[in-house]
Design a protein around this ligand. Structure first.
Ligand code: FES
Length: 57
Protein backbone atom coordinates (compact mmCIF):
# COMPACT_ATOMS: atom_id res chain seq x y z
CA UNK A 1 0.00 0.00 0.00
CA UNK A 2 1.87 3.02 -1.22
CA UNK A 3 -0.86 5.67 -1.36
CA UNK A 4 -2.31 6.97 1.87
CA UNK A 5 -6.10 7.02 2.21
CA UNK A 6 -8.06 10.18 2.94
CA UNK A 7 -10.29 10.15 6.03
CA UNK A 8 -13.45 12.22 6.28
CA UNK A 9 -15.57 12.72 9.39
CA UNK A 10 -19.22 13.06 8.33
CA UNK A 11 -21.31 15.27 10.60
CA UNK A 12 -23.69 13.02 12.58
CA UNK A 13 -22.54 10.06 10.47
CA UNK A 14 -19.68 7.70 9.79
CA UNK A 15 -15.97 8.13 9.22
CA UNK A 16 -15.36 7.62 5.51
CA UNK A 17 -12.04 6.21 4.38
CA UNK A 18 -11.30 6.82 0.72
CA UNK A 19 -8.61 4.84 -1.02
CA UNK A 20 -6.86 1.55 -0.34
CA UNK A 21 -6.46 0.86 3.35
CA UNK A 22 -6.15 -1.84 5.98
CA UNK A 23 -8.59 -2.31 8.84
CA UNK A 24 -7.51 -4.10 11.98
CA UNK A 25 -10.64 -5.64 13.49
CA UNK A 26 -11.12 -6.52 17.20
CA UNK A 27 -9.79 -10.05 16.56
CA UNK A 28 -6.53 -8.39 15.36
CA UNK A 29 -6.93 -9.82 11.86
CA UNK A 30 -6.15 -7.32 9.11
CA UNK A 31 -8.73 -6.75 6.39
CA UNK A 32 -7.32 -5.24 3.20
CA UNK A 33 -9.80 -2.90 1.53
CA UNK A 34 -9.30 -1.92 -2.11
CA UNK A 35 -12.06 0.69 -2.22
CA UNK A 36 -13.89 3.05 0.13
CA UNK A 37 -15.26 2.23 3.57
CA UNK A 38 -17.63 4.00 5.95
CA UNK A 39 -17.03 3.19 9.61
CA UNK A 40 -19.94 3.50 12.03
CA UNK A 41 -19.55 6.05 14.81
CA UNK A 42 -23.10 5.92 16.18
CA UNK A 43 -23.22 2.27 17.31
CA UNK A 44 -26.53 1.58 15.51
CA UNK A 45 -25.16 -0.33 12.51
CA UNK A 46 -25.96 -4.03 12.34
CA UNK A 47 -22.92 -4.48 10.09
CA UNK A 48 -20.25 -3.31 12.56
CA UNK A 49 -17.76 -1.85 12.16
CA UNK A 50 -19.21 -0.62 8.87
CA UNK A 51 -21.95 1.98 8.59
CA UNK A 52 -25.24 0.58 7.24
CA UNK A 53 -27.06 3.91 7.16
CA UNK A 54 -28.89 3.33 10.46
CA UNK A 55 -27.59 6.66 11.78
CA UNK A 56 -30.23 8.30 9.56
CA UNK A 57 -33.11 6.64 11.43
S1 FES B 1 -22.64 5.95 11.53
FE1 FES B 1 -23.92 5.06 10.08
S2 FES B 1 -24.92 3.46 11.09
FE2 FES B 1 -23.60 4.33 12.57
Amino acid sequence: MDEKPDIFFVKNGPVKIKGKHKLILPDNKPQFIESDTAICRCGKSEDQPKCDGSHNN
